[in-house]
Structures are given as C-alpha cells and as structure tokens.
Design a binder for this molecule. Structure first.
Ligand SMILES: Cc1ncc(C[n+]2csc(CCOP(=O)(O)OP(=O)(O)O)c2C)c(N)n1
Ligand code: SF4
Ligand SMILES: [Mg+2]
Length: 293
C-alpha cells in the first residue's frame, strides 16, 4: 500500500506571520478567535491588502499587529488612534484599522478615541474588551463591571464602568456594533460592514481572559466563558445604546446598534481637503496618494 501525504492548508494562515508563531496568548483567550473573524472578513469583503494598514497599541490585544501579515504598526500604549489618524490623513486611500484593547482605547487612550469619533475620522476600530488590563496583571479598567474581583480590587470593584457603545455613539461614531468571541460569524459580517462604511466605525468584541479575569471571578475557563456568552447573549439589532451596559453576570446585548450618516459633518478627510482647496485655490497641490471626493 502506498503512503499518501495530505496537506491541510488553513485559509487564515496567509494572514499570519507564521515565523512569529507560537503566539503569546493563553489557552482559551478570545483575541486569536477575533483575528480569525477579521481574516475571514478581509477575504469575504475582498479587501485590497495593499491598501490596508492595521494599528495596535500595547497590551495582549496589541500583539495582533505583530502577528498579522499586513502593513501593521505596534504603537505606544494609548496612541493607536492618533497614529492611525496621521496615517489616514497623509494617505486617504488607505483603509486604516485600529485593533486594540479596552484599556488602551478607553483608559490612557480614551481622549484620543472620543475626539476621533467627534471629528468623524474614517477609522475602523476593533476593541477587544476583556474587561481588565490583562497584559499587566488584570487590574481594574474603565470597562470592569461592578463587583468584579481584580488584582487592584481584591474585594470587588465599585467604580462605575463605561458602556462603550453608548460612549462612542454619543461622541459621534457612524457605525457601532458589539459581539462576543462566541459570535464569530456575526463578528466577521460586522467587520465587513465596517469596511463598507465611511467615517468613524467601532466594534466591541467581548473576549475571555481566563487567566486574569475568569479565574479570579470563579467563572471557569475559556470554554466555560463561551458557554456563558451563548447563554446570556441576546441579539438586539438597533437597541438603544443606553440600554446595553454590561454587568458581571447579567444579559449581554449584542448586535448592530448604530449605522448612520452624520448630518452635521462628513468624513474629516474630505472636509480637510475641501477646506484646503477653498483656502489655497490653485496653490493647493494634492499628494499622489490622495483619493478624496
Ligand atoms: C505609557 C504606558 N503606560 C502603561 C503601560 C503598561 N501597560 C501595558 S499594557 C497595559 C494594559 C493593556 O490593557 P488593554 O488595553 O485592555 O489590553 P489587554 O492586555 O487587556 O488586551 C498597560 C497599562 C505602558 N506600556 N505604557
Ligand atoms: S492574559 Fe488574558 S488577554 Fe492576555 S493572552 Fe492571556 S487570556 Fe488573553
Ligand atoms: Mg483589556
């Protein structure tokens, strides 16, 4: 009997820098699962990878920039949004994705995020929300729900937490959705929709951190968290964002909450372009990379 060699090709492999594998993520972590959805979204939406850049801050989620085989930038903590804004304004034809953690985007980087949303900068933001600062040991973050045990609140948290969809909608985002690491297909579809959108777009992905969140709160491992997500998630597309705040063990409302145009202002890049043309007339020289209008 002759021996046969079977080669199995993982379609996601093309998106990864295989020389960087094995990755640092713990078993049961949800970050890699979200990257799988992202890779599928890029393929299904036929996104031109030559005109795509991905920017991460620092944290376990920040490592995404190092593992994807794309033009990627691993920036300093909290500075993914301003870095991405610079990229987008210098080269408007780029699709610029910010992929970072809840702490990076809403604690140290919170100010940058709300102002990018206010100005309607055309960025696609994916926030992996594991409800803590994971990389540094599981400290309380602005996203940590009440009563959760963390390394800095060993008897339970008592700070109010941000409701991310509500916050970004109020700041001006044109697209807002939330899924969990359990909702891999819905997440990929939302990512595709986000690529079709012009303006500040935001997807929150609830993701297990079994090592530093679930373990301390006696919520089991990664698989238990997937079961928990499945059990308590409720799809409510169009739900008012002030009704989707998270608690430690209550319902998780998921879905697409906001998909709108900003009547008050268009995309920031186009406004900047028009303003320069108005002010400088024939003296305005468009860069080759510019594809405004
Ligand atoms: C200026 C600065 N402050 C603090 C840190 C330490 N630090 C590194 S990652 C991190 C938290 C990351 O949390 P999050 O963004 O939620 O990512 P996660 O690790 O949870 O994916 C902090 C505080 C740093 N690297 N730089
Ligand atoms: S510490 Fe938490 S977030 Fe970081 S890799 Fe491990 S499970 Fe994932
Ligand atoms: Mg985090």
């Amino acid at each position: 009997m002759s021996e046969q060699t079977v080669t199995i090709h993982n379609p996601v492999e093309d998106f990864l820098r295989m020389d960087r594998i094995p990755h640092i993520w713990c078993p049961g972590c949800g970050i890699g699962t979200s990257v799988n959805s992202f890779a599928h979204a890029l393929t299904d939406a036929n996104i031109d990878r030559k005109n795509l850049a991905i920017v991460s801050g620092i944290g376990c989620t920040g490592r995404v920039a190092g593992y994807v085989n794309l033009d990627s930038f691993h920036t300093t903590h909290g500075r993914a949004i301003p870095f991405a804004t610079g990229l987008k304004l210098a080269n408007p034809k780029l699709n610029v994705v910010v992929y970072s953690g809840d702490g990076d985007l809403f604690a140290i980087g919170g100010n940058h995020l709300i102002h990018a949303a206010r100005r309607n900068i055309d960025l696609k933001v994916v926030c992996i929300n594991n409800l803590v600062f994971a990389m540094t040991g599981g400290q309380t973050a602005p996203t940590t729900p009440g009563d959760v045990v963390t390394s800095t609140n060993p008897y339970g948290t008592y700070d109010p937490s941000f409701n991310l969809p509500y916050l970004v909608e109020a700041a001006g985002a044109v697209y807002v959705a939330r899924w969990t690491a359990f909702h891999v297909k819905q997440l990929a579809r939302s990512m595709e929709e986000m690529f079709a959108k012009k303006g500040f777009s935001f997807i929150e992905v609830l993701s297990p951190c079994p090592t530093l969140y679930q373990r301390r709160n006696k919520m089991g491992d990664g698989l238990d968290t997937m079961k928990f997500y499945k059990q308590v998630s409720k799809v409510r597309n169009g739900a008012p964002t002030n009704e989707v705040a998270l608690t430690k063990s209550g319902e998780i409302v998921v879905g697409k909450f906001v998909d709108r145009e900003r009547g008050d202002r268009g995309d920031y890049g186009n406004l900047m372009h028009d303003s320069l043309v108005d002010a400088l007339g024939d003296d305005y020289v468009e860069t080759e990379a510019c594809s405004c209008q």
